[in-house]
Design a protein around this ligand. Structure first.
Ligand code: ATR
Length: 272
């Protein structure tokens, strides 16, 4: 039998850390498969469609989806799970005999990452940003019983998200007085090469217990440095990345992911 192929679809995607995690998992579990990178040029809309139509031909049994395709991929799915429908994005695809099933493991990935350092139920949480990642995180937190507030540079987008998920919005100036337990950054502010930027500084984080950033490059963002100065615990983007990848493994193979193996592979390849 031909070796099964998995991979990540995105653009640009060559720096993705998914291949090292999944290939390490395949090796440790004795799975005869390879996880590749599929960099799909977004300048021609047909490229993504052709990739999806040719999965069987190319022996692709499943794939991860990242920027900029998490929304667009949905139109090529035969089915998708209820969470991807609510959140409006798919990050995991399973090819079941030419039937493409879409899933979203970002929600559970974020929740699992947060749970490593904090309870969620009853906590007052600030989410920075109102894009696709914020949607997944706000939905997950809300489901787990947090009291969720969203701040976004473009207020209208925060308002829309808040209305849809029945959560609150907050003005930037009110953040320091709002007594948040948890702050989560979902914006690209602080991402390399602008790694000295942070939406919030230590004096605006006083009393916050846990700060999480979903950025993975750099791993310790300026926001997380500010959080340490303010005495908060921190959660790096690597934790969400790891947990969403474990969720993908579980969908593809129907068994628990070898988390320690995947974690080791991830941390060996992270840029500090
Ligand atoms: P993702 O899917 O990663 O969430 P996205 O959907 O493009 O990406 O969303 C990016 C989020 O980061 C948005 O909330 C965006 O704010 P706007 O709605 O105002 O565009 C936010 N963002 C991006 N750059 C930002 C910046 N320099 N300062 C503040 N927020 C920023």
């Amino acid at each position: 039998m031909k070796k099964k192929v998995y991979g990540i679809v995105g653009h640009p995607v060559k720096h993705s850390l998914s291949p090292v995690m999944h290939n390490a998992a395949f090796k440790s579990e004795g799975i005869d498969a390879e996880y590749k990178v599929f960099d799909i040029d977004p300048s021609n809309e047909e490229n993504l469609a052709n990739f999806c139509y040719e999965t069987e031909l190319n022996n692709i049994a499943g794939f991860s989806v990242t920027m900029p395709y998490k929304l667009e991929i949905m139109k090529y799915m035969d089915n998708y799970d209820p969470i991807s429908k609510i959140v409006g994005s798919v990050n995991t695809v399973e090819n079941a005999d030419s039937v493409l099933n879409g899933y979203n493991t970002d929600v559970t990935g974020a929740v699992q990452a947060l749970k490593e350092k904090s309870d969620i139920k009853g906590k007052k949480v600030l989410v920075l940003g109102a894009g696709g990642a914020a949607r997944a995180i706000c939905y997950g937190l809300n489901e787990y019983g947090a009291d969720v507030y969203v701040f976004n540079r473009t207020k209208g987008k925060a308002d829309e998200l808040a209305k849809e998920f029945n959560i609150e919005t907050i003005d930037f100036r009110q953040i320091p007085e709002a007594d948040f337990d948890i702050v989560i950054n979902t914006t690209p502010v602080g991402m390399s090469p602008n790694s000295n930027e942070s939406l919030l500084h230590a004096d605006q984080l006083k009393g916050v217990k846990v700060v999480m950033d979903i950025i993975t490059n750099p791993i310790k963002t300026q926001l997380l440095k500010e959080a340490e100065k303010a005495g908060a615990e921190t959660i790096t983007g690597a934790r969400m990345l790891l947990h969403q990848a474990c969720g993908q493994f579980e969908i593809w193979f129907g068994k628990s992911a070898p988390i320690e193996v995947m974690e080791k592979a991830l941390y060996e390849n992270l840029k500090t």
